[in-house]
Structures are given as structure tokens and as C-alpha cells.
Design a protein around this ligand. Structure first.
Ligand code: H79
Length: 466
């Protein structure tokens, strides 16, 4: 997708940028950027061409399905404080704000966070079983607690918990060995760092949602983030950075651009979400609709992140689970609109993933083993959404995801019969051809078996002639 932000008009890649039409504007922009301070213009790798950008984002666009992991010391209270179930409609990772839990009662949860059953290889095996291609895990959520061994703070798993290992190191290793790409969630909003304070002008949860910077201490906090991001990038070599909590007033577009540039200098191949800045299309690489699927997709790269029940971080009592069928239909819907699906689990404090999540992931993986060709590496449907389901496409191929099997055993698709080389059920290993014939208005009719082969979503593949 081409970006229209003037800050990102062609620059370093062209040999004679100042001889183009519009050079006065460009010069003015460069001048303005220089006057405004360093690192404003080159948020993306300087001179990155569209082709280089496509190459950098290729694996991520093809992956389509990833695991979000919200794991931290909030898994200890797990949704309950002083016998009260805290906010059924809100994530357990917000319990410090929602209860609220005073800092001197929250921090000691670390002493009960001892994930002795955590097995990185088992997590990666589950991710592979689910047909997911990448993981994004919380390195630091809003509570400020770090799941890795950071030299910038002692508020981390090695210094504050009985657990003696770095789980992100183990996960990075298991991901490398298992062919899964690892990414890190990182929150700019931080309830623990001394440079931030709860907003004194707000009461209740708003104090936490919109923190303030203590006068004169913003540079200190930005330096803290840079130290930690450098640790994360150089030590674990992540593929994705997912920022969050960027909505606070003190975090600006310029702050986002500078931080984005900083991360990319350390690893130019990084894929970074738009919350590094202020969620504008031109911030980072991709949009981040949360808990929702855009009705008709978005005109840039995007990823829907979503919970399986109602919480991101583990709660013992949240049993409002979406069904595996529902989640699978959402994956198909998202792929048909050209997006990725980042589906969340909230592991327990002992390091295990709730059984309800595991069964759903395995069910989705079973479907993907037979039908993954219609998800991975596909692009958004070129057609309007049909009443019976969704389309995805690849060069030379169209996939019809049939969610409502036609009672008359006939499906029509908006491609001319002369261009259809073959139609078949994707899950049928023999790829036995289905009968096709020309239909009204340049369409093709496909004769289907009487009953849907898959009760949730059966995929008809169409090989198209060039
Ligand atoms: O980590 C999970 C949640 O804990 C975190 N994001 C996911 C991935 C999250 N924190 N808060 N929320 C989600 C909801 C916050 C919504 C709002 Fe706003 C923040 C409402 C007002 C400020 C979003 C940003 C809508 C307007 C600005």
C-alpha cells in the first residue's frame, strides 16, 4: 500500500531528489525536519523502496495467523482481588487499575509468580499445531513488570520472582528451532516507572489510563524504553514489535517516529505496529484493530488482535469462550479482507496455557492442515462478499470458503467459465475435479456434493487460466 504522508515521499532512494518537481516543498520539509530535531524524517529505513518494503513485510503478510500471549504477574491474582471478581468486561492484565490494587500490594504478586511448568518448546509445538506462524508476547505490559532480565530495572522476572530463568530467552530459542517467528509486545504506558505518575486530575481507572510524566522526566523514560528495546532486539532478535498504551497525551507523533527509527536502526527487518506512534496509517507498518474485524478491510496492512474469552491476561473465572467454529470463521473473514489474525492466550502463573485455549487452537489447526492453502499467502478477495461465505485469492487461484452450504448443490462464482481450469474441494487430497459450467452474466456454476464436507467451512479451490 502506498503511503500518502508527505514525510514519507520518496527521498534517499532517488539519485537526484532535489531535481524532481515539487523540490521546493521537499526542501521545505527537509528544512522543517532539521529544525524540528533529529530523526523526524526517516522513521522507516531511509530510502526503503516499495519493493524492499514488500520483501520486509512478505513473511508477515503471508503468515496470516499468529498467537498473542499476555503473560505477567497479573496472572497471580488472575481476575480476583480481596474476594471480588474484577470487571468481567475488561482484561485481567488491568487488575492493578481496575480493582484498584495499590502498588505496594501489587508488586508482591511477583513473589508468587513461579512458572515451573513453563515449557517453551511445548508452547511452540502448540503454535505449530494451531497452524500459527508467529508469536507476539508481552515483554512489558502497562503494569511495567518485565518478563525478561532487564538491566534497566529490577522490576523483572529474574530479580523479583522465585523463577530463576528468562522465559523470553527460552521462547526465542524454541521459536528459532521450531521455525516460528517471535515478536514482542511493549507498552509505553507504565504504571511502575518513577517518571510516570497517575493523573492527579482524574479519579479511578482514568488515572491509570492516562498517566502523566513527572515534570522534566520524559527524557529519562524514553532512555529507559530505548535501553529495554535494545536489550530485546539485540538479545532475542525479534521479528515484530507491538507497541501499546500510546494514547497518553505525553506520547507524540514525533516521539513515535524517533522510537521507530531507533528500533529499525538496530534491526532493519523489523515489522512494527502503528501504536509505536499515534495509530495513524503512516505510523509503523500495520494497523491494529482490537477485538474487531473491519467491515471491508483497511487500505493498508492490518492485523486484528482478539481474545478467545473476554480477557487478555489470565482470569480463573472468565468462561465466556468463543467457540472454535466462531474463531475459525473469524480467521476466514479476516483473510478474505486481507488482514492477519493475532489470537490471544493468557497463560497461568504456573506457565501452562488454559485447556479451553488449547482445544480451540488445536481445532483451528486441524482445519488449517487441510485448508491452509486458502489462508497462508493469500490476498484479500477481489469480489464483493457472497451470501454463502468468503473469497481469498492467490496468483492463478481463487478460493471459495463456503460457510453456508447451498441447498441446491450449486455455487456460482464471478469468473468466466473459459478462465476456469479446474475446480475442486481443497480438503480432498485427490483434488477430484468438480463439474463446472458457464452461468449467467459471465459467471461459472460449480456442482457441489449434497452435504458440506466440512460443517464449518468447506473450501472450493479454482485453478484459473492465465
Ligand atoms: O494488551 C491488551 C489490552 O490490555 C490493551 N490492548 C490489548 C492488546 C488495552 N488497553 N486498553 N485497552 C486495551 C482499551 C483501551 C481503550 C482506550 Fe482509547 C484507551 C480508550 C481510551 C484510551 C483507544 C485508544 C481508544 C481511544 C484511544
Amino acid at each position: 500500500m502506498r503511503r500518502l504522508d508527505p514525510n514519507r515521499l520518496p527521498r534517499g532512494g532517488s539519485p537526484h531528489p532535489l531535481r524532481r518537481p515539487g523540490r521546493v516543498l521537499l526542501l521545505a520539509l527537509v528544512l522543517a525536519a532539521v529544525l524540528a530535531g533529529p530523526a523526524v524524517l526517516h522513521a522507516r529505513p531511509p530510502g526503503e523502496t516499495e519493493a524492499a518494503r514488500d520483501a520486509r513485510l512478505g513473511w508477515w503478510r503471508d503468515a496470516r495467523f499468529g498467537l498473542f500471549v499476555h503473560w505477567g504477574i497479573y496472572a497471580v491474582p488472575a481476575g480476583t482481588y480481596e474476594g471480588r471478581k474484577i470487571r468481567p468486561d475488561h482484561g485481567g492484565e488491568w487488575i492493578q487499575a481496575d480493582a484498584p490494587v495499590p502498588a505496594d500490594r501489587y508488586e508482591p504478586y511477583a513473589r508468587q509468580f513461579n512458572p515451573v511448568k513453563f515449557d517453551a518448546r511445548q508452547w511452540v509445538a502448540l503454535v505449530r499445531d494451531a497452524g500459527m506462524r508467529y508469536i507476539v508476547i508481552t515483554s512489558k505490559h502497562h503494569d511495567g513488570f518485565c518478563l525478561f532480565d532487564s538491566k534497566a530495572t529490577d522490576y523483572d522476572i529474574l530479580d523479583r520472582t522465585p523463577y530463576t530463568k528468562d522465559p523470553l530467552a527460552a521462547l526465542a530459542k524454541a521459536c528459532r528451532e521450531g521455525g516460528v517467528r517471535l515478536g514482542f509486545y511493549y507498552s509505553q504506558l507504565d504504571w511502575h516507572h518513577p517518571a510516570q505518575m497517575l493523573d492527579p486530575d482524574r479519579q479511578g481507572q482514568g488515572q491509570y489510563r492516562y498517566t502523566c510524566i513527572r515534570p522534566g522526566r520524559k527524557d529519562e523514560y524514553v532512555a529507559y524504553m530505548k535501553t529495554q528495546l535494545e536489550e530485546l532486539i539485540t538479545r532475542y532478535d525479534p521479528w515484530v514489535l507491538f507497541f501499546d498504551g500510546e494514547w497518553v497525551k505525553w506520547w507524540t507523533v514525533q516521539d513515535g517516529q524517533a522510537l521507530e527509527a531507533f528500533c529499525r536502526r538496530l534491526k532493519p527487518g523489523l515489522v512494527i505496529n502503528n501504536r509505536v506512534g499515534k495509530r495513524r496509517p503512516e505510523d509503523g507498518d500495520y494497523g491494529t484493530p482490537e477485538q474487531k474485524i473491519p467491515a471491508t478491510g483497511l487500505p493498508y496492512d492490518w492485523e486484528t488482535c482478539m481474545t478467545m474469552n473476554r480477557t487478555w491476561g489470565y482470569k480463573t473465572w472468565d468462561d465466556r469462550w468463543k467457540s472454535a467454529d466462531d474463531l475459525l470463521r473469524k480467521l476466514v473473514d479476516i483473510a478474505s479482507k486481507g488482514g492477519n489474525f493475532l489470537l490471544n492466550v493468557g497463560p497461568k502463573a504456573d506457565g501452562t496455557i488454559p485447556e479451553e485455549s488449547v482445544t480451540r487452537l488445536r481445532a483451528m489447526g486441524r482445519w488449517l492442515r487441510a485448508n491452509g492453502d486458502a489462508i497462508y499467502g493469500t490476498r484479500a478477495s477481489p469480489f464483493a462478499q457472497p451470501a454463502w461465505g468468503r473469497y481469498t485469492r492467490k496468483p492463478g487461484r481463487l478460493f471459495a470458503h463456503v460457510l453456508a452450504w447451498p441447498a441446491d448443490g450449486r455455487l456460482t462464482v464471478p469468473v468466466a467459465h473459459a478462465t476456469v481450469a479446474k475446480a475442486y474441494l481443497l480438503a480432498d487430497a485427490s483434488h477430484e475435479p468438480l463439474k463446472t459450467q458457464a452461468a449467467e452474466a459471465g459467471r461459472t456454476a460449480i456442482a457441489l456434493p449434497a452435504a458440506a464436507p466440512d460443517p464449518v467451512c468447506s473450501v472450493i479451490a479454482l485453478d484459473l487460466k492465465p
